[in-house]
Design a protein around this ligand. Structure first.
Ligand code: ATP
Ligand code: MG
Length: 689
């Protein structure tokens, strides 16, 4: 008799779930690739496979499961738990709680590096820099080497960091990266080499890691003969979702982790590859089968879509059919529907917001909860008008990864307190924090940091420093705070209250609007209490910031119904009954920044495909005819006219219903003539831009 959970799968999904299971040695089979289009059940199959392995005796603590976000990892763990509980009953709680090694590549990397820190020459208290901190450190080094001032035209700190990151993640040389992506920077090749060497040295001296290091050190661990077996040997099974969005470095980690590919399963869809700007390469998934010898990996393809209605799937297939290169085949579905996706033309972004609100509420009236509806956009700042309108109409929403207050100065100061206590060598954190104190400017801060960095015990050295002039009583209160945090005197999360109380004493002096900032700090404290300890909090906040809610008080809208707002990138892998895509116009998708090369343009097309394939029952693509931008000319503001995305040419209109909103009344024929004129005008302009 087959288990009930297997009966729900189609034959090919089932083959993927059972692949290698039952072989001697807790069913560790050879490498497996599942490659198939959107909504074909790849993630679902992967969850079933993990559950199936556990049901057949695999130890969940020895399963490594990697997805592209923390949210996706949690969802996967939940699905696995449900299946295991069905089969194993109460025991399953114990077993699936132990599915502890699920997360993102970077998050898992951070945890493994923490475990093996000392063996690879790192201090276990290392802190992690986000992109902005990394750019700041790059800037310090750039300045120290004299490249920033004397050599005007030298690339900015952001460009330097982007080049550095590209070199690391693509495993290419600086020259190759410059030639292919930054040809105008080629003249600085030798300076960049010096800069990057200095940057690496600074990170090591300060005991900080940037995002790329989380992969780089991991790669080193699995290639170091002393610990490679130990690291790889922790896991019997390694499973990766969304494999099309991994880069060279990530694939070499996998190959070193599981040489020969035993126990390795990867899943993906080349048509959904949307991270090449972070050096992800489609070659990983396409070359996977032949990466192993003597026997290549087994490949399973799926061809049935269970997610979307036939008209939505037809439109999405239409868009992706125009792509230059494609490997996965089109999918079929038996979910018939009369309703084609709707292409809606609206006047401007205000009307766009109005239209969405009206539709969302109408959907809710007919029984589609807000949570089953999502609004997707190309760039995070596209949802501004909509957020205002939703707030005005009291419609709760959650914006994925959009917690803006994390970028504000006071929140960064607070985090710097915790980071500095964890790692007093973290110069970017220390520099920020010291200047919170009265009487301490950049020069004094730098001098203090130089002094303590030269000491093998930087914290002791800090305690023994004479108080800087003008810092008064604030100095001893600062050093005793750092010392208390360092010794974990208050415990977690109480210590964040300590840090907040200290920082608030200074807030009134530093900022005028101290009260609103205090509310943010309170919210930060609430968020912190959801994490197990300081190190986890700092790491996860840096790698995968929490979602923003429309609730001013910042209390998570846990059980309440809320609308989802998300960039297309963050919507990967998910689905909703009703999906609205905003600003489906040239300039937004494809983004103005993504039309430079054919490869970039193709990636923008795939993004549209990813967005469209999130919809189960209803899909609306919205095209505002004009945008209002600030500060473009002498008068300050102006309108910019726009036209529908080039990825939906006239030949694809058959797949859509078209509509205008608000509905054009009989007396408005003149207006519609105007609209046509505007459209043509935009087209003419875009020919020359
Ligand atoms: P994406 O490419 O967007 O990540 P995917 O291939 O991972 O999509 P899933 O998210 O796993 O697809 O599945 C899409 C939907 O189809 C889910 O609602 C899932 O529950 C459903 N589904 C998958 N397989 C089956 C099946 N055999 N029977 C019924 N429903 C299924
Ligand atoms: Mg998926």
């Amino acid at each position: 008799m087959t288990a009930a959970y297997l009966e729900k799968l189609n034959d090919r999904q089932r083959e993927a779930v059972e692949h290698g299971v039952g072989l001697p040695d807790v069913g560790i089979g050879g490498p497996l690739l599942i490659i198939a289009g959107a909504g074909s059940g790849k993630t679902n199959t992967l969850a079933h496979r993990v559950a199936h392995l556990i049901v057949h005796g695999a130890d969940p603590r020895r399963i490594l499961l990697m997805t592209f976000s923390r949210r996706a990892a949690a969802e996967m763990a939940r699905r696995v738990a449900r299946i295991c509980r069905q089969v194993l009953g109460d025991n399953a709680a114990v077993m699936t709680d132990a599915l502890a090694w699920s997360g993102t590549f970077h998050g898992i990397g951070a945890r493994l590096i923490r475990i093996y820190a000392e063996q690879i020459g790192l201090n276990v208290d290392f802190t992690i820099h986000d992109r902005e901190d990394s750019a700041d450190l790059m800037n310090i080094v750039r300045h120290d080497l004299g490249f920033s001032k004397t050599q005007n035209r030298f690339p900015t700190k952001g460009t330097c960091l982007a080049i550095y990151s590209r070199v690391v993640n693509s495993e290419c040389s600086i020259r190759e990266v410059l030639k292919s992506a930054y040809p105008w920077v080629l003249e600085w090749e030798s300076e960049l080499k010096k800069l990057f060497a200095g940057y690496v040295e600074a990170k090591q001296a300060q005991n900080v890691l940037d995002y790329d290091d989380l992969l780089l050190y991991w790669a080193q661990m699995v290639s170091d003969t002393n610990i490679a077996d130990d690291v790889g040997g922790r896991f019997d099974h390694v499973l990766v979702d969304e494999y099309q969005d991994t880069n060279r470095l990530q694939s070499s980690i996998l190959m070193a982790l599981k040489p020969g590919g035993r126990g390795l399963t990867v899943v993906g869809d080349d048509a959904q590859s949307i991270y090449s700007f972070r050096a992800a390469t489609i070659r990983n998934i396409l070359d996977f089968p032949s990466a192993f010898s003597p026997r290549p990996a087994d490949v399973i393809t799926l061809d049935r879509n269970y997610r979307s209605t036939a008209p939505i799937l037809a439109a999405a297939n239409g868009v992706i059919d125009l792509a230059r290169e494609r490997f996965t085949k089109n999918l079929w579905t038996d979910r018939q529907s009369e309703q084609r996706p709707v292409l809606v033309t609206v006047k401007d972004e205000a009307d766009q917001a109005g239209y969405i609100v009206e539709q969302v509420l109408a959907n809710r009236e007919v029984g589609v909860p807000l949570k089953q509806q999502a609004v997707l956009f190309r760039a995070s700042n596209h949802s501004g008008q909509l957020e205002v309108e939703l707030t005005r109409r009291n419609i709760p929403f959650v914006k994925f990864g959009g917690l803006k207050f994390l970028d504000s100065a006071h929140v960064k100061d607070m985090l710097a307190v915790l980071r500095f206590a964890q790692n007093p060598r973290d110069r970017v954190a220390g520099f920020r924090l010291l200047q919170v104190l009265p009487g301490i400017g950049p020069q004094t801060a730098a001098r203090i940091l130089d002094t303590i960095a030269a000491d093998p015990e930087p914290l002791l050295s800090l305690m023994e420093l004479p108080p800087p002039p003008k810092s008064g009583e604030d100095w001893p209160s600062f050093t005793s705070l750092v010392s208390a945090l360092r010794k974990f005197e208050a415990g977690w999360p109480a210590e964040i209250g300590l840090a907040r109380a200290w920082y608030e004493l200074h807030l009134d002096r530093i900022h005028e609007d101290a009260d609103t900032r205090k509310a943010d700090l309170l919210q930060l404290e609430q968020i912190a209490s959801g994490y197990a300890n300081r190190e986890r909090f700092l790491t996860e906040l840096t790698l995968d910031p929490p979602d923003a809610t429309s609730d001013q008080a910042g209390v998570p809208l846990l059980d309440e119904d809320y609308l989802i707002l998300s960039t297309i990138h963050s919507a990967k892998g998910q689905e909703w009954r009703s999906v609205f895509m905003l600003n489906v116009v040239d300039g937004c998708i494809p983004s103005d920044l993504g039309t430079g090369t054919t490869a970039e343009l193709e990636e923008e097309r795939r993004l549209l495909y990813v967005g469209m394939t999130r919809a189960r029952d209803r899909l609306h693509l919205i095209t505002p005819q004009r945008f209002f931008t600030h500060g473009q000319n002498a008068q300050g503001d102006r309108h910019v006219y726009s036209s529908r995305t080039r990825f939906i040419p006239a030949t694809l209109l058959q797949f859509f219903e078209t509509a205008t909103w608000p509905k054009v009344s009989a007396s408005a024929s003149e207006r519609s003539a105007n609209q046509i004129r505007i459209d043509v005008g935009a087209r003419m302009r875009s020919m020359w831009s």
